[in-house]
Ligand binder design. Structure first.
Ligand code: ATP
Ligand code: MG
Length: 564
């Protein structure tokens, strides 16, 4: 089946949804939901699910709900709820007035549980958690019935009401579904539906001291919201029979669960539990550290929502687990930034250049193109004067064969400006380091071409010293050194693969003056270097901080070429 708008073939989820629409299952409706648990910030893996659920709704002119799956009061916080909403909006999706919380359904879920007890499909068990685990058996060995499984309906009702009323301590009892202790699917071996937790919930406060499990809450919440397709990741495939069982036994509206492969990325972890650890142990500077694969981290790093959506579109949706190259994400980002980012000149490791034949105390303004990909972005003025900065590594005193940039006696082009020839080198008398270049320029080459047709082999970026603005530059690299951070020596964990060089801070960068008013979050291409973004937390006028979003070198394109 093809997508009418794009002409591309549909992935298996979209095909299944289209087939249901065709046969008028669910009256031809499509209604999805994105169900985050508010126990951490969203990451790039969640973006895949968001793009699928909200994307499907957008494509088929139907609806997608945002539902917080807040059934576990111990790890959930309002801070997470707010950040999750901000991230989804930033990605470009809108749940309109359809914001729900599983906790809104606690009364109804409780009533469903009572119904199942009355039908003798659920019972109160008083085994400890440890005993329940032992009784459950293994894949090789059937489970054993709990000695409490034959309590009368009346006793079960009264105990469950007692659980709700707070009469028992944590762990004294649980409510379990009566299904099949011998099932080949462990999820069907009388799964727990409710447990006692004397905890304050972020929304319901102390109203409840029993909380439903994910399995009991999820399908029923989908049903209450009249979801048509409940799309989740593959690890829930074995839960589907249970999802179906609850809905069938309760005889209520029954959505279709569909599972797809979760996103894994090289050099990245995708687990909220580990993120919490990285944040709490201060390996990173918070959830939105630009090295984190969280949406807030990627945003602070300078990623655009469009690039993330394109990435999710390119990786597609399948039923087979795989690991996607981090470089593909960067490739999508570069493509997008190439289109939209304003070009500017910035020198990260400055080397002073004095143009001896340029008059002292004078300066001029040269025209620079803002974005060659977008002529309507126009031009800007860049000041030029006698003393400039260029990159240290654009000069070599004793250049090797293939080095075409500046060297003693050699002529190069200064971007948007003039030809420049190096006539002398000033060194620190102690360290013998090159600290300044003496040069001349050719006034006839203004704009970058020589009237006599002579050629140069390199064009350098530069910044006028008298006009430059200072900035701190943060160069980010992968947070982990291994493609699979979980691959470790015995006795170690993913933290042993943290990259000690994932952040390098430069404090003496010189930027062209147009950047003096760069606002937090603004993205630029520093010509010949990479894409950079004004840090949204630490940057301010007069004390600029830029994050390197991604370098210009596209290693994905290289991978593509070499695999052909
Ligand atoms: P974590 O394991 O990091 O805690 P989670 O799956 O528990 O993640 P939820 O908040 O429950 O996080 O996830 C909300 C939705 O996002 C679920 O439908 C889940 O299947 C989906 N999701 C989570 N991680 C990924 C991923 N890596 N790729 C695709 N979808 C994901
Ligand atoms: Mg989850």
């Amino acid at each position: 089946m093809n997508n009418e708008a794009t002409g591309r073939s549909l992935d298996f989820v979209r095909s299944a949804v289209a087939a249901d629409t065709e046969t008028k299952r669910f009256d031809g409706r499509v209604h999805t939901r994105f169900p985050p648990e508010p126990n951490g910030y969203l990451h790039i893996g969640h973006a895949k699910s968001i793009c699928l659920n909200f994307g499907l709704a957008t494509e088929s002119g139907s609806l997608c709900n945002l539902r917080f799956d807040d059934t576990n009061p111990t790890k959930e916080e309002t801070e997470y709820v707010e950040n999750i909403m901000e991230d989804i909006r930033w990605l470009g999706f809108d749940w309109e007035d359809r914001l729900y919380f599983a906790s809104d359904y606690f009364d109804r879920l409780y009533a469903f549980a009572i119904e199942l007890i009355k039908a003798d499909k659920a019972y109160v068990d008083s085994l400890s958690a440890e005993e329940i685990r032992k009784y459950r058996g293994t894949l090789m060995e059937p489970g054993r019935m709990s000695p409490y499984c034959n309590r009368s309906i009346e006793e079960n009702l009264s105990l469950f009401e007692g659980m709700r009323a707070g009469e028992f301590p944590r762990g004294a009892h649980v409510l379990r579904a009566r299904i099949d202790m011998a099932s080949g699917n462990l999820n069907l071996r009388d799964p727990v539906m409710y447990r006692i937790l004397h905890e304050t919930h972020h929304r319901t406060g102390d109203k409840w001291c029993i909380y439903p499990t994910y399995d009991f809450a999820h399908g029923q919440s989908d049903s209450i919201e009249k979801i048509t397709h409940s799309i989740c990741t593959l690890e829930f495939e074995d839960h589907r029979p249970l999802y179906d069982w609850f809905l069938d036994e309760l005889g209520i509206y029954h959505p279709q669960q569909i599972e797809f492969a979760r996103l894994s990325l090289t050099y990245t972890i995708m687990s909220k539990r580990k993120f919490v650890q990285l944040v709490e142990e201060k390996h990173v500077d918070g959830w939105d550290d630009p090295r984190m694969p969280t949406l807030s981290g990627l945003r602070r790093r300078g990623f655009t929502p469009e690039s993330i959506r394109t990435f999710c579109d390119r990786i597609g949706v399948s039923k087979k687990d795989s690991v996607v190259e981090f470089q593909l994400l960067e490739h999508c980002l570069r493509e997008d930034l190439n289109r939209r980012a304003q070009r500017v000149m910035a020198v990260l490791h400055p080397l002073r250049v004095v143009i001896e034949n340029y008059p002292e105390g004078e300066s001029e303004e040269l025209d620079a193109i803002n974005n060659p990909e977008k002529p309507e972005a126009g031009t800007r003025k860049v000041p030029f004067s006698r003393v400039l900065y260029i990159e240290q590594d654009d000069f070599q005193e004793d250049p090797p064969k293939k080095f075409f940039r500046l060297a003693p006696g050699r002529e190069v082009r200064l971007r948007y400006a003039y030809f420049l020839t190096c006539t002398g080198v000033v060194k620190d008398p102690q360290t013998r380091e090159v600290v300044e270049l003496r040069c001349t320029y050719d006034p006839a080459t203004k704009g970058g071409d020589a009237p006599d047709g002579r050629k140069v082999k390199a064009t350098l970026h530069w910044v006028s010293a008298a006009h430059a603005v200072d900035a701190e530059i943060r160069l980010y690299d992968n947070l982990f050194t291994r493609e699979n951070p979980d691959e470790t020596e015995e006795g170690e964990d993913y933290r042993s693969n943290l990259n000690p060089k994932s952040l390098e801070t430069l404090s003496s960068a010189k930027l062209e003056p147009s950047l003096s008013t760069a606002a937090p979050g603004c993205r630029y291409q520093f010509e010949r270097i990479g894409y950079f973004c004004v840090d949204s937390r630490d940057s301010s006028e007069g004390s600029l901080v830029f994050n390197r979003t991604v370098s210009l070198r596209d290693s994905w394109a290289k991978i593509q070429r070499s695999s052909k």
